[in-house]
Design a protein around this ligand. Structure first.
Ligand SMILES: Cc1ncc(C[n+]2csc(CCOP(=O)(O)OP(=O)(O)O)c2C)c(N)n1
Ligand SMILES: [Mg+2]
Length: 330
């Protein structure tokens, strides 16, 4: 990798980190809703997507909500998603980034289907789908993985193994020694990488993307770490997590680790580091201002597009909602 590439990767990690830390603050200030914390998942998110071209597709779960930032998506869009504002739902074709998926693993078959479609059309694009360790226990994961392998679809299955599915430990998800072992059963290569080593994730993803692009079919990548933050802002992990392990993980957190590497290589110095971090902070400040400047959506959106012929009662509900909201404002 050139110095410029190494720094671009760092810039993306910083942007994801700053988004995450600011989003948590905005949540605490009541400015966004419940937020799924992505702290220390940046090496996986930035490293894996760095292997993609602009035409390749990204299928994020809620854990990867800010991943569009690596494609230049405005932070305001993602913040609006967490605010429940309709402008948080972008057109996937604008960024080649699918909607953020909250139901666990349901986007794996979508990604497999899109990848297969690309193959049928003779389009060189690939798809990369992100999901967690818990998702590997879902039927949709198995269907998507099997389908992709049978069709030899150009798909990269990127499993973020943070060892927890909210409060359910990995040991309750699988009796397999590793999640990467599951790849064998589908007839696809499986690799295991250190999820806090951005260059290791990038290398594994680059190989997988090259394989997919050259008609070599899907690859399963297991990026291993240990969740160092709560599952989401609504979670208190002290009741179940190994706090000592969390402390160790924080000492080894991925952004600082990569920053130290770049400094040792002489690629990053104080001034450049400060400039990259303050640019990310500025982008976020502008993002929340832009998000909050947008007018609220009309409440009729809750009812629109649900029924072709809405029952009468919904009209009454909407009128009642307007009355309550009106009274509230007044
Ligand atoms: C189909 C489905 N079942 C249950 C849930 C509730 N739920 C939200 S997050 C989560 C844990 C998922 O854990 P994992 O796949 O390891 O991803 P992580 O959150 O650790 O990134 C669950 C069970 C859901 N969103 N969708
Ligand atoms: Mg998990």
């Amino acid at each position: 990798m050139t110095d410029a590439e190494l720094l671009e990767l760092y810039r993306r990690m910083v942007l994801l980190r700053v988004f995450d830390e600011r989003a948590l603050v905005y949540h605490r200030q009541g400015r966004i809703g419940t937020y799924a914390i992505a702290w220390n998942h940046e090496a996986i998110q930035a490293g894996a997507t760095f292997a993609l071209g602009e035409d390749d597709w990204i299928f994020p779960s809620y854990r990867e909500s800010p991943i569009g930032l690596v494609r230049g998506m405005p932070p305001a869009t993602i913040l609006q998603w967490w605010r429940g504002h309709p402008s948080g739902w972008w057109n996937p074709l604008d960024w080649n980034v699918a909607s953020i998926c909250v139901p666990i693993a349901t986007h794996v078959p979508h990604a497999a289907g899109l990848a297969w479609g690309k193959k049928l059309k003779g389009d060189p694009g690939v798809a990369m789908v992100f999901f967690g360790d818990g998702a590997t226990s879902e039927g949709a994961f198995h269907e998507g993985a099997n389908f992709a392998a049978v069709m030899q679809a150009p798909l990269v299955l990127l499993c973020n193994n943070n060892n927890w599915a909210i409060s359910t430990p990995l040991s309750a998800q699988t009796h397999a020694e590793t999640l990467a072992d599951k790849a064998v059963g589908y007839g696809m290569p499986g690799v295991r990488v250190d999820g806090l080593d951005v260059l290791a994730v990038y290398e594994a993803a680059r190989e997988a993307v090259e394989r997919a692009r050259s008609d070599g079919g899907p690859t399963f990548i297991e990026a291993v770490h240990y969740r160092a933050a709560p599952h989401a802002t609504a979670d208190d992990p002290r009741a179940y997590i190994d706090l000592e392990r969390v402390e160790q993980e924080k000492q080894n957190e991925c952004l600082g680790r990569y920053e130290r590497y770049l400094r040792r290589q002489g690629v990053l110095g104080d001034d450049l580091d400060a400039a990259i971090k303050s640019e990310a902070a500025d982008v976020m400040r502008a993002g929340i201002t832009e998000a909050e400047a947008e007018p609220d959506a009309d409440v009729s959106l809750l009812f629109d597009n649900v029924y072709a012929n809405p029952p009468e009662s919904l009209q009454q509900d909407l009128a009642e909602l307007r009355r309550i909201l009106g009274a509230d404002v007044g």
